[in-house]
Design a protein around this ligand. Structure first.
Ligand SMILES: Cc1cc2nc3c(=O)[nH]c(=O)nc-3n(C[C@H](O)[C@H](O)[C@H](O)COP(=O)(O)OP(=O)(O)OC[C@H]3O[C@@H](n4cnc5c(N)ncnc54)[C@H](O)[C@@H]3O)c2cc1C
Length: 430
């Protein structure tokens, strides 16, 4: 006989994981189905709730939710939903920022500051509101982060001294070594060869732990700096230890600046969620896509394609968390915009020329393509009726918001995830 779960969540990104955790905490038996890695590996690892409305920077997202358009997902879940999403997040991660409703300003690898609601503890000593003088350290092989350039940009907006220096990473790492390789060396405190400073002769080498070699390479550049910012490569498994050793050896606070892919903060965050999901008893099946579904009126199963076979996963309630245009939860071609699994309605202008504006940074309507919901978070068809009684949708697959322009990606995923998980569970328990 087919196994039936209470709640089946499709998509293993932040939105799907938040949904699964929320439903499991309400007592449901939950199955999480995911195809590939989520966008957390590309993202900064910051938890943005609402950073901008138009060109205006948002200081307190909670005071601004009521000003958003009616079709914005935050209007479906309300301020309480956003708070509940963050509480779930705070209960399972070691992030900082929950002491206030106001956004923090976090330096970015380009030398800007970004308004965000939660940030990793490894980023905390770097906040722009903290006035300590700062040294940014980049590495020749980590080319996405140009420390002197980032420092020069940052100096234009912050009220403290900031300098930047580019060093070679200690040891004989390949020039194209991935940052995960450097992070691993720091995690394991691998021994590296360096020239001995014994003034007696050149070419004499000694082997030292890489954290020590790195600290000593930085010391001559430290001067009055009270904190040092690195690209986010300070360990994947043991970032606490790496940071503590560097702080001890340098006598200054150490922080990480979030980076693009592969994002170690994003990967660490994913691990914290996976740990919480295991603890809550969520059963995860990954590596293959959901391609189809079975339904009478309600959905009874989704179909996973595995090595050419069609494997059904039965459930009582279903939640779609397949991401947006990047994650392939929403697809588009010449004929229009589609949601590929359930073929839910995606409102979009018929004329493709109306999808874009001329300038790269203009307000493009395609950025807000996605599903529209009722207050139960069920996707609506073209007549504003729920597509299915037992299907909800969360996160990047939703329309009505431009996560990149308004800096709201993680906030929408957490808020809609926690509410959809709870609502789905409530229906199971009816
Ligand atoms: C480049 C980039 C940078 C970002 N930076 C930030 C940031 O700085 N701050 C912030 O708050 N947010 C950021 N975001 C947004 C954030 O990372 C998430 O995209 C957002 O929270 C939406 O998450 P999601 O879980 O809905 O989708 P995704 O993260 O896209 O996850 C979707 C999941 O669904 C799976 N899936 C898709 N189709 C199927 C299928 N048919 N069957 C089974 N599984 C499927 C995918 O494999 C994936 O695991 C960024 C996003 C991107 C793309």
């Amino acid at each position: 006989m087919a196994i039936e779960d209470d709640v089946v969540v499709i998509g293993g990104g932040l939105a799907g994981m938040a949904t699964a955790l929320s439903a499991a905490r309400e007592g449901s038996q939950v199955r999480l189905l995911s195809h590939k890695e989520s966008t957390l590996r590309f993202a900064s690892g910051l938890i943005d709730v609402l950073g901008y409305v138009g060109d205006e920077i948002v200081s307190n997202p909670f005071e601004t939710i009521s000003e958003l358009p009616d079709d914005h997902p935050y209007r479906n879940v309300g301020e309480d939903g956003v708070r509940d999403g963050l509480s779930l997040f705070d209960s399972i991660t070691d992030y900082v920022g929950g002491h206030t409703d106001r956004n923090a300003l976090v330096p970015t690898f380009g030398g800007n500051v970004k308004p965000t609601a939660r940030y990793p503890k490894h980023t905390a000593p770097g906040l722009a509101s903290d006035a300590r003088d700062t040294l940014l350290v980049g590495f020749e092989t980590v080319v996405d982060f140009d420390a002197p350039l980032a420092a020069a940009h940052l100096a234009e907006t912050v009220p403290f001294d900031v300098r930047g220096v580019t060093l070679s990473f200690p040891g004989e790492f390949r020039t194209d070594a991935r940052i995960t390789r450097l992070a691993h060396a720091l995690d394991e405190n691998e021994r590296v060869e360096r020239e001995r400073d014994d003034r007696t002769g050149s070419g004499v080498t000694e082997s030292v732990p890489v954290r020590i070699a790195l600290a000593e390479r930085i010391k001559p550049h430290l001067r009055d700096a009270e904190r040092i910012g690195f690209p986010a490569i300070l360990g994947e498994e043991h970032p606490d230890e790496v940071r503590k050793t560097l702080e001890r050896k340098l006598g200054a606070a150490v922080f990480e600046i979030p980076m693009g892919p592969p994002s170690l903060p994003g990967m660490r965050l994913e691990s914290q969620f996976e740990h919480a999901l295991r603890g809550a008893g969520v059963r995860t099946t990954s590596g293959n896509p959901v391609v189809d579904f079975e339904a009478d009126d309600d959905i009874s199963a989704v179909i996973v394609e595995r090595n050419g076979a069609r494997v059904p996963f039965h459930g009582e309630q279903f939640v779609l968390a397949t991401g947006g245009l990047v994650g392939k939860g929403i697809d588009s071609d010449r004929s229009g915009v589609r949601e590929p699994i359930f073929d839910c309605y995606v409102p979009a202008p018929e004329n493709r020329y109306d999808w874009f504006e001329d300038g790269a940074f203009d307000d493009h309507s395609f950025a807000r393509f996605g599903l529209h919901l009722d207050d139960e978070l069920r996707p609506l068809d073209s007549t504003d009726s729920p597509e299915f009684r037992n299907l909800r949708a969360v996160g990047g697959v939703l329309g009505g918001y431009d996560f990149s322009a308004e800096k709201s990606g993680s906030g929408v995923s957490l808020a809609t995830g926690v509410i959809a998980g709870r609502n789905a569970s409530d229906e199971v328990n009816l």
